[in-house]
Design a protein. Structure first.
Length: 258
């Protein structure tokens, strides 16, 4: 049984106004705001971060952002920096999500700059990697994941690595209702753990949470979360309603106490 605490992170994407976000966080705080078996992070859009921070204050829930710029400040119209997120008490930031890569042209090199900037500012990066359907069908899943992971981690020191969270998110499973089989997911997670071992050391690799993302729902979560190297999940669609998100947190807690 792994000593890694499961992590469930709700990625709201471009959903919820500030007041909608407060209502959702209030429901989460009322039901799971005191549990500490699972690390729970909510990642609202930038406009809802401050109100969400206030609504979750005093609970065990943590706050994350969905993106950030790598510079601390300056002439970067429309961007938000790590110190700005820290000032709102954010602890996590999702980086390199496949939607950012595909729709906003984020490259591995850019994602890497963001990872380094997040770590420098004591934000835990949730570094997303994953293959497209065409890449899986071409048999290049592991090489795609390796390239994204190694590039994303360039320059990350052994002493910083335990703060990292890696999210394996097959692009074909995100928001599609198609979920990777437990075997497909565990195979890639074990491969990532192996790469982290080579890159950092076994001791460090055993501390790093590797999340599975892609249509995780209360019905499929227990089996996925029971896999040896699956330490939680970034949750898109199912994080937008308290009921399904809470059920996922409970599924993670049930595995944690087995
Ligand atoms: C995601 O976008 O990170 C994600 C996992 O989305 P969904 O749960 O909707 O597939």
């Amino acid at each position: 049984m792994s000593s890694r605490k499961k992590l469930i992170a709700g990625n709201w994407k471009m959903n919820k106004t500030s007041s909608d976000g407060v209502s959702l966080v209030a429901e989460l705080v009322a039901t799971i705001g005191k549990q500490s078996e699972v690390e729970v992070v909510v990642c609202p859009p930038f406009t809802a971060l401050e109100s969400a921070a206030k609504a979750l204050d005093g609970s065990t829930l943590k706050l994350g952002a969905q993106n950030m710029h790598f510079e601390a400040s300056g002439a970067f119209t429309g961007e938000v920096s790590a110190p700005m997120l820290r000032a709102l008490f954010a602890t996590h930031v999702i980086l390199g999500h496949s939607e950012r890569r595909a729709l906003f042209g984020e490259t591995d090199a850019l994602v890497n700059k963001k990872v380094l900037a997040a770590l420098k500012n004591q934000l835990r990066p949730i570094l997303c990697v994953g293959e497209t359907l065409a890449e899986r069908e071409a048999g290049s899943t592991l090489s795609v994941v390796q390239t994204q992971l190694e590039a994303g981690l360039e320059g990350v020191g052994k002493d910083q690595a335990a703060s990292m969270v890696i999210a394996y998110e097959p692009v074909w499973a995100i928001g599609t209702g198609k979920v990777a089989t437990t075997e497909q997911a565990q195979e890639v997670h074990a491969f990532i753990r192996g790469l982290l071992t080579k890159h950092f050391t076994d001791v460090v690799a055993q501390k790093i949470r590797i999340l599975y993302g892609g249509s995780m729902k209360p019905a499929n979560a227990p089996e996925l979360l029971a896999q040896k190297d699956i330490d939680g999940g970034p949750i898109g669609g199912a994080s937008l309603e308290a009921r399904s998100f809470v059920e996922l947190v409970k599924a993670a807690a049930a595995v944690a106490v087995l």
